[in-house]
Design a protein around this ligand. Sequence first.
Ligand SMILES: Cc1cc2nc3c(=O)[nH]c(=O)nc-3n(C[C@H](O)[C@H](O)[C@H](O)COP(=O)(O)O)c2cc1C
Length: 233
Amino acid sequence: MSPDSDNLPAVPADLAAMRVGYAAQAMNSPAPESNLDVAALEDGWLPLLRRWLDQARSAGVVEPNAMVLATVDEAGRPASRTVLCKGLSEEGLVFYTNYGSTKARQLAAVPYASATFAWTAFAHQVTVRGPVERVAPEVTAAYWHTRPRGSQLGAWASQQSQPIESRSALDARLAEVTARFADTEQVPVLPDWGGLLLRPETVEFWQGRANRMHNRVLVTRAEGGWTATRLQP
Ligand SMILES: Cc1cc2nc3c(=O)[nH]c(=O)nc-3n(C[C@H](O)[C@H](O)[C@H](O)COP(=O)(O)O)c2cc1C
């Protein structure tokens, strides 16, 4: 504890005073969007999610495909962390991870997740919820071989989410796998590593507006298609 930590206010004043009106964010887009409405979701969730993702990418948002993935542990308590969405189609959202990691173990026990994108520069948020399953090994292999060699070796070096005694021990593991694959042109796919597909059951689009009068539209899987419902902000 630092000597003057006792003098820190419980909630720093600058945090409490941080406030955004959302009018500016609404204007950030090259063609300012009108109010989000259920009509924008008539064709389901995918076109608008693609459009918002593209908008963030074109504007130079760093890692616009980053999403916060929530799972539950064995006691039903939530756990969350960021992952990168690496595949987007009518089927759902794909991310890649170590199947021995905490998140993947939790998903093996309770195969259901919630993933949230937040592009605050545009006052846009999208939350996708649904069941999760492993992708086919060929899909994982195709993605693995697009990864830089350094990332492939790093994945081999790490038993994700397991404790390790020190940074130097981790670096030694990287040196070890780098030497092991030195004469191998293509680093093989790490066993027990791969893609997970989140199949949307619900997708909520949130668009910030002035005076807290935000737009929210919930898209729900229905017989043969999707239904869109406006929610109060
Ligand atoms: C921007 C960002 C992107 C990340 N992308 C991934 C990813 O795609 N896959 C992954 O396994 N971990 C990714 N991570 C690391 C995870 O947040 C997390 O630390 C790791 O997966 C271990 O989580 P777990 O112990 O809950 O399984 C990313 C972290 C950040 C900050």
